[in-house]
Design a protein around this ligand. Structure first.
Ligand code: ARG
Length: 464
């Protein structure tokens, strides 16, 4: 009787896999999402094998047609995924053999699942990265539109979440834009380093067939081939780099979300968020909750967690491939899904932000936000900055006691603190005067916001 265990690797086994171990070691439930990239990689591999004469032209054609038919089956929802076939690679290969017979058994010549999966993940992430970069630019574009519209809108700028100096709302939004621009750079850099072909490394040492890796790389759109087979099958740096860039990007979305939540509160009341981005409470009829920014803030935690999972996954692994690597997928997939969804909803939400300009302005007027302007005014009149700081401090203390802002005091009242103060002081104590004075690159002046919007639009339409 043939005792052979019914697995592609069953030859050296005489006992079947324990049923729970089979489920425990299988990855098909989650790695089936790689099917299109697995087939893409297999077609390129078969094409290369035919080019170097390992497969005949008929064999190549049969394998490619079989793989294409399988892709159609999967996309029609007709493919039966099997835990017993362990992962996406063996499910597709076994089905290929079922469909086209003996010739299907030749596809895996000169290849291992180790270089196969490393290739699949890179192909998958490369596609996802281009979608993510597109979505990121869409969000950045929405911010730039709003910033342009709000170039003259005055709000309080904060340090320590205490009113500091007046800024323009457009300037604040462009601060978010700058963060995204850096994220775009990080992800673009990750995409560049990712675009290297592991296939050909086989299990770990390379293969004895006369393969043409440069040709496979060209077929799959890789810029180069991985130059060490041991590294090629075990390297997951690209996944970690992506997760790190994703975590930083989510941190930025989370910070912006936190500000939206604060601004939408009744206590700040700087913005309203469109109803379609909020939900109500099942008990408190008055509630309109900013769930979308809250959830983005919350989801940042899981993306951070996935980065830690991947770093920890890799830190103890000896070369080359280890089954541990199968654990790279779920964190990576969830990072991609979370990031894409968060970018999408954030981009959609930006046009639903309605600034309450009067409230922002009133908030900027309170809290002595032009105190620095008064000090700078005194400096221009010849008072040393430290003395000017002291003078204004006393004026603010007076204002706190009286419940009045600097701009609401009379000239006589202001002159109690320094006789250098003259009637022209009111030009700098106004909010408009304060923001307009910060008129250099990077400053909050409306003219600078418009110039920054111009530069941003150039970046948006340019390469990276
Ligand atoms: N499912 C495996 C993974 O995701 C594929 C590679 C398996 N290789 C092996 N030698 N068992 O990593």
């Amino acid at each position: 009787m043939n005792n052979r265990v019914d697995k592609p690797w069953g030859g050296r086994f005489s006992e079947p896999t324990d049923a729970f171990v089979e489920a425990f070691t299988a990855s098909v439930t989650f790695d089936k999402r790689l099917y299109a990239h697995d087939i893409q990689g297999s077609i390129a591999h078969a094409t290369m094998l035919a080019k170097v004469g390992v497969l005949s032209e008929e064999e190549r054609a049969a394998i490619v047609a079989g793989l294409e038919a399988i892709q159609a089956e999967i996309e029609a929802g007709e493919f039966v995924w099997s835990i017993a076939r362990e992962d996406v690679h063996m499910n597709i290969e076994a089905r290929l053999i079922e469909r086209i017979g003996e010739v299907g058994k030749k596809l895996h010549t000169g290849r291992s699942r180790n270089d196969q999966v490393a290739t699949d993940i890179r192909l998958y992430l490369r596609d996802e990265l281009s979608e993510i970069l597109r979505e990121l630019k869409r969000l950045a574009g929405a911010l730039v539109d709003l910033a342009e519209q709000e170039a003259d809108t005055i709000m309080p700028g904060f340090t320590h979440l205490q009113t500091a100096q007046p800024v323009t709302f457009g300037h604040h939004l462009l601060a978010w834009f700058e963060m995204l621009k850096r994220d775009h750079g990080r992800l673009t850099d990750c995409a560049r380093r990712l675009n290297v072909l592991p296939l050909g490394a086989a299990a770990l040492a390379g293969t004895s067939y006369p393969i043409d890796r440069a040709y496979t790389a060209r077929l799959l759109g890789f810029d180069a081939v991985a130059e060490n087979s041991l590294d090629a099958v075990s390297d997951r740096d690209f996944a970690i780099e992506f997760s790190a860039a994703a975590a930083i990007l989510m941190m930025h979305l989370s910070r912006a979300s936190e500000e939206l939540v604060i601004w939408a509160s009744a206590q700040f009341d700087f913005i309203t968020l469109g109803d379609s981005f909020c939900t109500g409470s099942s008990i408190m009829p008055q509630k309109k909750n900013p769930d979308v920014p809250e959830l983005i803030r919350g989801k940042t935690g899981r993306v951070n967690g996935h980065l830690m999972a991947l770093l920890t996954l890799m830190k103890g692994q000896p070369l080359a491939y280890n089954k541990d690597n199968q654990e790279d997928k779920e964190p990576l997939f969830d990072t991609v899904d979370t990031l894409r969804a968060s970018l999408r909803v954030f981009a959609d939400m930006i046009p639903a932000i309605s600034p309450k300009r009067e409230q922002m302005r009133a908030a900027a007027r309170s809290g002595f936000s032009t105190a620095t302007d008064l000090a700078d005014y005194l400096v221009r009149k010849g008072v040393p900055f430290r003395d000017a700081h002291e003078v204004v401090g006393r004026a603010v203390a007076f204002g706190v006691k009286e419940g009045r802002d600097l701009a609401d005091m009379s000239l006589e009242e202001l002159r109690q603190f320094s006789t250098q103060i003259e009637a022209d002081v009111f030009d700098v104590l106004t909010l408009e005067g304060s923001v307009a004075a910060r008129d250099h690159i990077g400053g909050t002046a409306p003219a600078q916001v418009r110039a920054a919007v111009g530069r941003a639009r150039q970046w948006l339409t340019g390469g990276s």
